[in-house]
Design a protein around this ligand. Structure first.
Ligand SMILES: Cc1cc2nc3c(=O)[nH]c(=O)nc-3n(C[C@H](O)[C@H](O)[C@H](O)COP(=O)(O)O)c2cc1C
Length: 134
């Protein structure tokens, strides 16, 4: 994929990643690695913001973190950057959970959003970015 090019997810793509309480990646499944264009080894231990796209407003992640830190589930649209500088949109659901070793963690499950949903959220996020002065 070239810089600035969109990767459109397959209908049944299911991108999963797990973080620790601070948002450092503990696991990512095959679909996540494939679309993000990273190996699992490259992702493990990195802050999840390594895939952050500059078009994402701060407000979206503030809402994500305050929701999951209060024990609730967050859902929303996220645009991520790929390893080669392309991008992809997902509809993400983020869950707080307790991992097998008893430590607190978060899990994000991502599916393909529709073209119409992406169009709407692009407009919303561009308004938020204006408000934030980005
Ligand atoms: C489980 C989980 C998954 C996340 N997935 C993403 C993601 O796919 N893309 C992203 O930019 N941020 C993701 N985040 C949010 C990042 O931790 C971070 O808050 C965000 O990238 C903004 O970066 P900043 O906090 O350094 O400004 C995720 C957070 C959690 C807890």
């Amino acid at each position: 994929m070239a810089v600035g090019q969109e990767t459109v997810l397959d209908d049944y793509a299911f991108l999963v990643s797990e973080t620790d309480a601070k948002g450092n990646i503990r696991f990512a499944n095959e679909d996540f690695c494939k679309i993000a264009e990273y190996t699992l080894e490259e992702l493990i231990g990195q802050p999840h913001s390594m895939v952050r796209h500059k078009d994402m407003p701060k407000k979206a992640f503030k809402s994500l973190w305050s929701t999951v830190q209060s024990g609730e589930t967050w859902s929303g649209y996220v645009k991520n950057i790929t390893g080669s500088g392309g991008f992809y949109w997902v509809f993400a659901t983020v869950y707080p959970f307790v991992s097998c070793d008893g430590s607190k963690g978060y899990l994000s499950c991502r599916r393909k959003p529709s073209v119409e949903e992406i169009k709407e959220v692009e407009e919303l996020y561009s308004e938020w970015n204006k408000e934030e002065g980005n």
